[in-house]
Design a protein around this ligand. Structure first.
Ligand code: R5P
Length: 302
């Protein structure tokens, strides 16, 4: 079966890298906004009988999700076979419980939407906290690609005497894996969240880390208040300026400036969302996961 790959607006760089790694046909997409803001889409190449990979950049999901769903629907109407989604950054994973009566659990709702439109999903390190695996919210085959090997390789090449530090307990899962692969120690801070932008961080015992370069690793840098707070805490405790690694460079508004002002030695991210900080390429691992999805579905005859 021919494999085609199509980029939603903003995912062109990632799509280009994946097309080469998967040896897939690039399928064109015309896209623009009508004057009222509604999206216009036109699939520019023939996809009849092709399996199609849709690559979506979802930094602003509320504006981008309708186009993603409409494209999946259009591809099916145009005769595509399986339609899979590569969303390197998977949004709507953080509201994973009803914290106050009446709240929408948007992780579940978003999972239902995506599962109704696509045959499979590949993403990178989704924010799995109260949901332990993607299968809890996605009823299509869903693969979570780990960024830890690529981050560990970056740390190994770029940082002398590193120690990996997570800004909160939730980050321990990534931090421990990166440290293990990079062959160094790790620790995590404790985060108390008082609001979207108000957090309090508590340091662990840092004696064992003296003389090392802290490498802060978190899955998401959004407002950067978490990362900046951690940089300041570590600096105040006498450690060397921290290198900051974010898997997903969401970077809202003044986030980059905030991190710089906090004293970060360097700020890098994986290329799951396009951003000037992208320095760690995870498309090799994404391509492997896409191949595995196709093979598994072929074996199961679906
Ligand atoms: C939180 O649970 C995540 O793992 C990140 O720590 C958080 O999303 C970072 O957000 P911000 O950059 O807005 O502090």
């Amino acid at each position: 079966m021919t494999l085609s790959i199509i980029s939603l607006p903003g995912a062109e760089a990632c799509t280009g890298l994946l097309a080469r790694k998967l040896n897939a046909n690039r399928c064109g997409l015309e896209s623009r906004r009508f004057p009222d803001g509604e999206i216009y889409l036109r699939v520019a190449d023939d996809v009849r009988g092709h399996d199609v990979v849709v690559v979506a950049q979802l930094r602003e999901p509320d504006a981008q999700v309708p186009g993603m769903l409409f494209l999946a629907d259009a591809l099916r109407e145009l005769g595509a076979g399986r339609v899979g989604l590569v969303a390197p950054y998977l949004p709507y994973m953080r509201q994973d419980a009803r914290f106050r009566p009446g709240e929408a659990v948007t992780s579940r709702s978003f999972g239902k939407l995506v599962s109704s439109a696509f045959d499979w999903l590949v993403t990178v390190d989704p924010h799995l906290h109260r949901h332990k695996v993607l299968d809890e919210v996605y009823r299509i085959p869903a693969a979570a690609v780990p960024s830890a090997p690529a981050i560990a390789a970056w740390v190994h090449q770029r940082v002398a005497r590193p120690v990996i530090v997570g800004p909160d307990e939730e980050s321990r899962q990534w931090v421990a894996e990166v440290a293990d692969l990079a062959g160094c120690a790790h620790t995590v801070l404790r985060k108390l969240r008082h609001g979207d932008r108000e957090i309090e961080l508590v340091l662990p015992d840092l004696q064992a880390l003296e003389g090392h370069t802290p490498v802060l690793v978190d899955d998401i840098i959004s407002s950067a208040h978490t990362m900046a707070g951690a940089v300041r805490k570590l600096g105040a405790a006498g450690l060397a300026p921290a290198a900051c690694v974010g898997v997903h460079a969401v970077f809202a508004a003044d986030a980059a400036a905030l991190l710089q002002a906090a004293g970060a030695a360097t700020v890098v991210s994986c290329n799951t969302l396009p951003h000037p900080s992208n320095a760690i390429d995870v498309t090799g691992a994404i391509a492997e996961a896409v191949r595995a999805q196709g093979e598994a579905l072929s074996r199961s005859g679906s």
